[in-house]
Design a binder for this molecule. Sequence first.
Ligand SMILES: NC(=O)c1ccc[n+]([C@@H]2O[C@H](COP(=O)([O-])OP(=O)(O)OC[C@H]3O[C@@H](n4cnc5c(N)ncnc54)[C@H](OP(=O)(O)O)[C@@H]3O)[C@@H](O)[C@H]2O)c1
Length: 321
Amino acid sequence: MKAAVYRSYGPPEVLKVEDVEQPSIQDGDDDRVLIKVHSASVNPFDYYYRKGFLPVRPSNGLFKPKQQILGIDVAGTVEAIGKNVSKFKIGDHIFGSCLGSHAEYVCTRENKISLMPRNLTFNEAAAVPCAALTAVQALRDAAQIKKGQKVLINGASGGIGHFAVQLARLYEAEVTAVCSTSNLVWVKELGAHHVIDYTKEDFTKNGIRYDVILDASAARTFFSCKRSLTGTGFYMTENPTKPGFQLIQVLLGSLMGDKKMKGAGLTNTGGENLELIRELLEAGKIKPVIEKTYPLSQIAAAHRHVENGHTKGKVVVEIAT
Ligand SMILES: NC(=O)c1ccc[n+]([C@@H]2O[C@H](COP(=O)([O-])OP(=O)(O)OC[C@H]3O[C@@H](n4cnc5c(N)ncnc54)[C@H](OP(=O)(O)O)[C@@H]3O)[C@@H](O)[C@H]2O)c1
């Protein structure tokens, strides 16, 4: 099968589309599903691994990557199933989380995928899992968002941000979205009550206080946002790895028992959370926005696009043509 492979850490050019051995369901893989990948998205996670960012090296190889095919989101068709798989049958259209999805075939556990929402294309479904799951877990679980709360989403036009705006609105919060000038209109259309253009206004200096600040861009620090929080409010950062300072402030905050700051990462892929997202998508309550779709042969360009840090919604790689 064809896959985008990287055999050394480095720039997007280290990614090469090559013929590699196709995965299969082996004895003992009884809860696994073999998926013929139609589409996969590119997440910042992919370029962190490709670049060999320091925190990934202990698990993925100090000098060269052990896991050489990237991709964590998938939409495709069930090709084969292990003998204990009960939720899916061959031919089902599915979406979900799956390491190594930038390839024509991939295997994952059945609890990491769900049936694809009937109203979405493969490309749309592939744009959803990591970003939407992270947004749900940040707002519902970490923030325990409540009706009427003032919620600010920084980085509202990105992968996580555009789902967070829609979800916060669904949870009946008063939503302020922060993004750059060209994204103001569509972010408002997604449901934000208020929009702030970060190129023209610093939200930490306008005197307004929020119950929740979700910094999906990690462009701000906890310390700069602290004065914009209500007495019981807190700041959540989505990126405790960039540029290392985020990690330090989360660690410092927890050591000092500062309840005003939380890391809000993706801890639970698949399962009930993915099922909830599937239902919201199918009911038309949330929707993915795709800025651009690339063929697998242009995987390096897709990485460059995401690494630029200004993705509008999601970038998708179309693998089956
Ligand atoms: N911890 C976890 O488990 C976890 C899981 C998923 C993602 N993440 C992390 O969360 C972060 C966001 O992920 P993503 O997929 O949403 O990234 P993304 O799609 O690249 O979005 C980033 C957004 O940040 C905005 N931005 C850039 N500079 C900004 C600034 N100075 N002020 C405000 N916004 C700014 C951009 O909007 P404009 O184009 O409008 O500038 C862009 O839309 C990434 O760092 C990712 O690694 C963490």
